[in-house]
Design a binder for this molecule. Structure first.
Ligand code: ZN
Length: 341
């Protein structure tokens, strides 16, 4: 558990609960996707079941070895069939009835319910019965990115562990030292990750990410000659892929922040797009602070529209036009005509 990054307070509480044999029957790990809920709940389960009981998984006793290969009979990962909901029958079969059977080889029987916010109201009510009168050996762990979707009666029976975003130095060090990410790349991933290690890792492993990044920087570089054909290609690339569209907007934001920061401070140390420093310098001299701020607002606005399910193609096109009209100062008050082809 010591190897897990950050969250010192949570780690301390988890460890002392194991050492003091004060493990709660129910707990909630809450935090956004990628914040480490799965990693923490699994490490905690191992620590609880570890035969040495030091508060840390020893990684070598039979229990730890079984847990590492996900073969521990008394650590149960609750699964669900439909991607967006956990039904009452799944909770009944995998938790409520199963918990009546004593642990196979350990003192505790642990259930990990990931994406607990997807439990239907019926499923939560079924689980509530178990939480109200749990067998002495039962430990139920709920992982959720949105605690508001859980019934207050469930929440009130659980100990809560909140996983907060990590500071950027921690994320950056992990990327460069543990994952051997190139220093320049690491700065960009760190900035885009906003303290979320899972997000940083998924960006690194995402092959489409570089294409999206190139597309975003091409859009900004060629904003004066905005072509409908290029916009259509962009929409096609991002089409209906929430993650890709989110990454695209994040990259644009980060880009404009870089230009604005260089314009205001003249410093390049803190730039996320260090490899594009000459382009950033030239844009900083071309664009006004006001225009850059407006472009940033346009990106934030586009994010809101996408979250509100406004038409995807229209949102991306509108965004491109808004960025152009924010950045390009037209004394006549008319924006240049969009070029076809
Ligand atoms: Zn062990």
């Amino acid at each position: 558990m010591n190897k897990l990054l950050g969250q010192e307070n949570v780690k301390q509480r988890l460890k002392s609960s194991v050492i003091n044999r004060n493990v709660s029957h129910a707990c909630i790990f809450e935090g956004e996707d990628g914040s480490g809920k799965k990693t923490f709940s699994e490490a905690y389960s191992m620590a609880i079941q570890c035969e040495k009981g030091t508060g840390e998984p020893c990684m070598e006793c039979p229990s730890c070895i079984k847990a590492l290969s996900r073969n521990h009979p008394d650590i149960i990962h609750v699964i669900h069939e439909r991607p967006n909901s956990i039904g009452v029958s799944e909770i009944r079969d995998q938790v409520v009835s199963d918990v009546m059977i004593k642990p196979y080889s350990s003192q505790y029987k642990i259930y990990i319910i990931a994406e607990a916010e997807k439990m239907t109201a019926e499923a939560q009510n079924a689980l509530l019965k178990t939480l109200e009168e749990p067998p002495s050996y039962a430990v139920i762990m709920l992982l959720t990115n949105n605690i508001l979707n859980l019934l207050p009666t469930i929440i009130s029976r659980c100990v809560r562990f909140r996983l907060n975003p990590l500071d950027s130095g921690t994320v950056n060090r992990y990327l460069t030292e543990e994952l051997n990410v190139d220093r320049y790349q690491a700065e960009m991933y760190t900035a885009l990750a906003r303290g979320n290690l899972g997000r940083a890792k998924s960006l690194i492993g995402d092959e489409s990410f570089n294409a999206i990044k190139d597309e975003a920087s091409r859009l900004v570089k060629n904003i004066r000659e905005l072509k409908m054909s290029r916009l259509s290609a962009l929409v096609k690339l991002l089409d209906k892929n929430r993650v890709a569209a989110g990454n695209f907007l994040d990259i644009l934001l980060l880009w404009f922040r870089d230009v604005l920061m260089f314009k205001v401070t003249g410093l390049t140390d803190e730039l996320a797009f260090k490899e594009e420093v000459s382009e950033i310098k030239s844009e900083a001299s071309d664009y006004s602070c006001e225009g850059l701020n407006k472009a940033i607002e346009a990106v934030e606005e586009a994010r809101k529209r996408l979250n509100a399910n406004v038409n995807f193609e229209m949102t991306i096109q509108l965004l491109a036009f808004e960025i152009r009209s924010s950045l390009i100062n037209d004394p006549q008050g008319k924006s240049p005509a969009v070029q076809e082809k």
